[in-house]
Design a protein around this ligand. Structure first.
Ligand code: SAH
Ligand code: SF4
Length: 425
C-alpha cells in the first residue's frame, strides 16, 4: 500500500504539520550474493523458493508442508534438523537458503517479565547503508496471555505530534517475512516452539505468545499487503497457529483500507482516536485532515465481522490539558454510541523534545470513571517494563498514588494485557 506522498492536502497552508513526511521505500528482499532466509515466507513464497531450486512441481505440496512444519512448529534453525526431508533436498536447501532470523542486537528483560528486543533486519541496500534497518519488538506477559507488539514499518511516514516514531527519518515497509520473523524471534527467545519446552504440542495450549498487536513502529494500513500475508502466516493452524481473534491491528485511521483489513485479514481493529474534535485531531493525528472523524467512525460501523464479541478498540492517549477534560470524556462516549467498542486510555509516554505532558493520574481516573459509568470497559494502559522502556514521566511515584478503582483494575489484570489485547472473551 505504498500510498505515501508529500502532503498536498488543502489544510497544508495552515501552520499544521505535514500529513506525511517522506515517501516510503520498499526494500529488495535480499542483496545479490546473499542467501535468502526461508523464515517468514508465506506458503506460496516457500513453494516458489522450492520450485526455484528444482523441486518438481508434483512434489511441492508435500515438501512445502514438511519444511513449513520445521520452520513454524519446531522452530528449526538448521536444515539438518529436518529429519523427514531427504538428504539430497536438505543439502540443496542449505546450498541456496538459510534459516536465519533478524539479528537480536539487544534484549532487555524487565523485572515484570516484559522483554524488549532491538532487531536488525538483513541489509537491503544503499538506503539502509547496507547495515540493516533496526526495529523494536516487545513481549508483555500477562496472567492468561502473552502479547507480542510488532512493527510493520521502519519508522513511519505519518507525523502524529505526540509520537516519537513519527520523527524517525528512515522509513521503509517491512516485508511479510520481516514481520513474521518478529514472532519467530520471540518464540526462539522464550523457548516457545514445540519441543523446546515440555508439554508444547504445537497447539495454542501452553504457548507464551498468544496475542499479537500491530502497535510497534509504523502504520500497518500503509503496508497492508505485507500485513495481510503476515497475519495469514501467523494464524496458519499448521504453523505458528495464533487465532485471528487474538491479532489486533492498530491504525491512525487510513479509512480506505479499513474494510480490506477486515475482509482479507479478519483481524481485530484498533483505532488511534486520541481526540473527539476534528480541529484537535488534525493537530495530533494529521491524517485526520484527509480522513476526518465522521468518515473514520463510518468505516468502523461497517467493519466486517464487528459484533459485541468482536469490538473495536479505541486508543486514547492522555495528554495533560489537551484532550483530557470531563467534557472530552463525555463527548467520547457520545461519539462512539452504537459502535461495539472498548476504550483504552494510554498514559502519554514522553520522549526527548516532545511538547506534551502526561495527564495527572487523578485526571486519568476521572476520565476513565466517566467512560466506565457510560458502560465501557476503560482500562488504563499500565506502562509495563518501565525499568527497560521509557515510560510515562514520574511513573513509579504516580502509580503509587493510584486510587482504589484504578488499583482494582490493575489487580484484576485489566492493565496492559487487557489494553493490548482483551478481545478474547
Ligand atoms: N501507527 C499505528 C500503530 C502504531 S502506534 C497507530 O498509530 O495506530 C501504537 C499506539 O501507540 C497508537 O495508538 C499511538 O497513537 C500510540 N502512541 C504513539 N506515541 C505515543 C506516546 N508517546 N505515548 C503514548 N502512546 C503513544
Ligand atoms: Fe505513525 Fe502511529 Fe506514530 Fe502516528 S502514532 S506517527 S501513525 S506510528
Amino acid at each position: 500500500m505504498a500510498t505515501a506522498s508529500f502532503d498536498s492536502a488543502p489544510g497544508a497552508s495552515r501552520a499544521l504539520p505535514a500529513i506525511e513526511k517522506a515517501p516510503e521505500v520498499t526494500a529488495l528482499s535480499t542483496l545479490p550474493g546473499r542467501k535468502a532466509s526461508l523464515v517468514g515466507l508465506t506458503r506460496e513464497g516457500l513453494k516458489q523458493a522450492l520450485i526455484g531450486i528444482g523441486v518438481p512441481e508434483r512434489e511441492t505440496r508435500m515438501r512445502v508442508s514438511q519444511v513449513w512444519h520445521w520452520i513454524y512448529v519446531r522452530g528449526a534453525r538448521e536444515f539438518s534438523e529436518m529429519t523427514n526431508v531427504g538428504k539430497g533436498l536438505k543439502a540443496q536447501l542449505a546450498d541456496h537458503f538459510t534459516l536465519e532470523r533478524p539479528e537480536v542486537v539487544t534484549e532487555q528483560v524487565s523485572r515484570d517479565g516484559t522483554r524488549k528486543w532491538l532487531l536488525r533486519m538483513a541489509p537491503t541496500g544503499a538506503h539502509d547503508h547496507n547495515r540493516g534497518a533496526e526495529i523494536e519488538c516487545v513481549y508483555i506477559p500477562g496472567d492468561d496471555r502473552g502479547t507480542l507488539c510488532v512493527s510493520s514499518q521502519v519508522g513511519c511516514t505519518l507525523t502524529c505530534s505526540f509520537c516519537h516514531t513519527g520523527t524517525q527519518r528512515l522509513v521503509r515497509n517491512l516485508s511479510t517475512a520481516e514481520i513474521v520473523s518478529q514472532l519467530v524471534v520471540a518464540r526462539d527467545a522464550l523457548g516457545d516452539f514445540t519441543g523446546q519446552m515440555p508439554g508444547k504440542d504445537g497447539g495454542e495450549a501452553g504457548r507464551l505468545v498468544t496475542n499479537i498487536v500491530f502497535m510497534g513502529m509504523g502504520e500497518p494500513l500503509y503496508n497492508l499487503d505485507a500485513v495481510i500475508d503476515a497475519i495469514a502466516v501467523m494464524s496458519d493452524q499448521e504453523g505458528l497457529a495464533l487465532s485471528r481473534r487474538r491479532i489486533t491491528v492498530s491504525t491512525s485511521g487510513v479509512v480506505p483500507q479499513i474494510e480490506r483489513l477486515g475482509l482479507e485479514a479478519n483481524a481485530m481493529l484498533a483505532i488511534s482516536l486520541h481526540a473527539v474534535r476534528d480541529d484537535l485531531r488534525d493537530e495530533l493525528v494529521p491524517l485526520n485532515r484527509k480522513y476526518p472523524i465522521a468518515q473514520l467512525l463510518d468505516a468502523c460501523r461497517t467493519y466486517p465481522g464487528l459484533s459485541n464479541a468482536r469490538r473495536i478498540t479505541f486508543e486514547y492517549v492522555m495528554l495533560k490539558g489537551v484532550n483530557d477534560s470531563d467534557a472530552d470524556a463525555r463527548a467520547l462516549v457520545r461519539l462512539l454510541k452504537g459502535i461495539p467498542a472498548k476504550i483504552n486510555l494510554i498514559p502519554f509516554n514522553p520522549w526527548p523534545g516532545s511538547k506534551y505532558e502526561c495527564s495527572d493520574w487523578e485526571r486519568i481516573e476521572r476520565f476513565s470513571e466517566i467512560v466506565f459509568t457510560a458502560g465501557y470497559a476503560s482500562p488504563v494502559r499500565t506502562p509495563r517494563g518501565r525499568d527497560i522502556l521509557a515510560a510515562c514521566g514520574q511513573l513509579k511515584s504516580e502509580t503509587e498514588k493510584l486510587r482504589a478503582r484504578a488499583r482494582m483494575m490493575l489487580e484484576e489484570g485489566m492493565g496492559a494485557e487487557a489494553v493490548y489485547a482483551d478481545q478474547v472473551d
